[in-house]
Structures are given as C-alpha cells and as structure tokens.
Design a protein. Structure first.
Length: 321
C-alpha cells in the first residue's frame, strides 16, 4: 500500500542562506535529498503556505509542510521463494543468500530473484527502492546480505555503505599457495575489450581489498577477505589480478589447477566445482535505528565445506607420506 507522509516543521535560524532542499535533507534525515527534491518539484512541499522551490534560499523561521505519498517502487511480482533469514526486526532483514539465487531481476533473469522472494515475504517492501536491497552478491556467491525495511533504514544503510562503516568478510578458496596476506589497492572498471567483464584499469573506481591466509593446501589456499569498497566482482577481479584466481570462477578463474599426483576424488571435487568458491561469512554494522553495533555469521555452504575438507585431507595425506 502507498505510504502517506505528513510533516510540519520550522526552518531554524542558523540555516539562513541555505537552499531549501539542503536544509530539509538535514532536518528530515530519514528521507534522501533526491526524494525531498522530487516532493518539492511535485508540489508536495509548502513553504509558508505557498509552493516551495528546490533551489530557493531560506531565511530561517519559515513554516514547512510536507504532504506526500510514497508510491510502490516496483512492479515485480511476489514469488514464494524460500529465504534463509538470519535476523529480522522492524528496520532490517539479514538474509543468508544461497548460491544460484540472482539478487535483482534483469534481462536474463526477469523473475525468480531475491527481490521477488522479499516481496512475497513482506509486501510492504514494495514501497522501498529495490524492495529494500542496498547491496548485492553475485548469483553464484553465497552468504549474508542486509535488506532495509523502512525508508529511514534504507537511507542510513546506504550512507553507511558509502562511508565504509559496514564490515563485510568473505571466505574464498584460491588457485595458488599464498605465503602471506596483504592488501590490494587497484581501481576497477569495465574491461576495455569484453564489456561483460570487469578488470583492473587506470581510471577505474577506487577498490580496496584486504586478505589474510586461513589455511594452506598443496596447490590452493583458504583466504579470509574484507572489503572496504564494493565494486562489481571486486574480490574475483582483485584475486585474479594478483594471480590467485578464485576456484571455480567461470569468468576470471583461468585453467583448473590440481595438486601434484592428486587422486580421483580430489580431481572430481575440483573439476566439479562449477561456481566461484566465495561466501560472505560475516556482516557487521550499526543498527539504523538503535545505533547498536550488530554482527552476524553464516556457516559455509555444504559445497564449499566439502571442497575445503577434500583439500585439507589431501594436504594431510601427502604430509604424512
């Protein structure tokens, strides 16, 4: 259902000389500046009983009345797709997304997405941009995602992501034996030739990835990764850039790498792993309403667990030998 917003407030004197939209963005911080500008242009904001203008300057002391309707943001269908919910309250949901589930509808996946599942779980999410989704995981990446359940939470979570105060940790298995962890600071943009891929390119967007070694195997490493930025395919691109591509990555993974003299079981597990071995395992943020620091953990999915245990047993057997 559409949400009816009715607010009345007075412009403080210390805001004298500010643009109206700038002043309102501070005074009504639960709504984005772009939304407030839209309301002003639509005639939903009165300034001293007259229609307000976006760029007009305020003197202080003016009475502002907002009478607006937030319409449903999406026409996507609700679908009864099971969700693994790690946490929920009035402001947010934390989802453990399975590998294979697309986050947003697109040309190749018009339905059957996380967004469709969210609309079925909570119809009120239709009133939020992208049904409350504020960040994404690739289709074949599993793990934790946070979803807003109110406009206030949506804005504050988006702001927190931009301010890099949301901490996201991943576990991944890479093709090589790393001697130590490190930091990759390399800009990411569209590949200059293959526009469906991303790459480290001059002039790309800033991208910063921290990683450390969790376990070493004979030809692979289990790595814990923390993102400071959230560029498309960031972990996959950065690890491939350092010649440590993610196991199973169909785009950036390169050729299959096997331990020397690997037995049939090891070969079958590695060659049969058809997605990037990447899982969002830890999520930490400040709750958008209470300000409390909250953290959630998601165990590895069974396919990655089997992969890691196979590599671990292989390493032990050859160490014993």
């Amino acid at each position: 259902m559409p949400q009816h917003i009715q607010l009345e407030l007075t412009i403080p004197g210390e805001m004298r000389g500010r643009r109206l939209d700038q002043a309102l963005a501070e005074l009504v911080s639960e709504y984005s500046r772009s939304r407030l500008q839209q309301w002003i242009r639509s005639g939903d904001v009165m300034l001293d009983e007259r229609l307000a203008q976006v760029r007009e300057k305020v003197m202080g002391g003016e009475r502002v009345r907002i009478d607006a309707v937030i319409k449903e943001q999406t026409v996507n269908a609700a679908e009864a797709i099971p969700l693994s919910i790690v946490h929920e309250d009035a402001e947010l949901l934390v989802i453990n997304k399975p590998a294979g589930l697309v986050v947003h509808p697109a040309a190749g996946n018009p339905a059957g997405t996380l967004l469709n599942a969210l609309l079925h779980y909570d119809a009120q999410l239709a009133g939020l941009p992208r049904a409350g989704i504020v960040h994404r995981l690739d289709k074949s990446t599993s793990g934790l995602m946070v979803v807003a359940r109110s406009l206030t939470a949506h804005k504050r979570l988006v702001d927190a992501l931009q301010a890099r105060t949301v901490k996201r940790e991943y576990l991944t298995v890479v093709n090589s034996v790393l001697t130590a962890g490190g930091c990759i600071d390399a800009p990411i943009g569209r590949h200059p030739v293959d526009r469906k891929r991303m790459a480290v390119v001059s002039g790309g967007k800033e991208a910063l990835t921290h990683y450390r070694v969790e376990e070493r195997y004979r030809a692979h490493t289990l790595v814990r990764v923390q993102l400071e930025t959230g560029r498309t395919h960031q972990i996959r691109v950065h690890m491939a850039y350092r010649h440590h591509p993610v196991v199973g990555d169909p785009v950036y993974g390169g050729r299959l790498r096997l331990p020397k003299s690997a037995d049939a079981h090891v070969i079958a597990i590695l060659s049969g792993f058809r997605r990037q071995a990447l899982h969002a395992t830890q999520l930490t943020l400040e709750h958008p309403a209470s300000g409390e620091t909250m953290s959630w953990h998601a165990d590895l999915p069974s396919d990655m667990g089997e992969l890691i245990e196979t590599l671990r047993q292989d390493a032990r057997q050859h160490s014993d030998a």
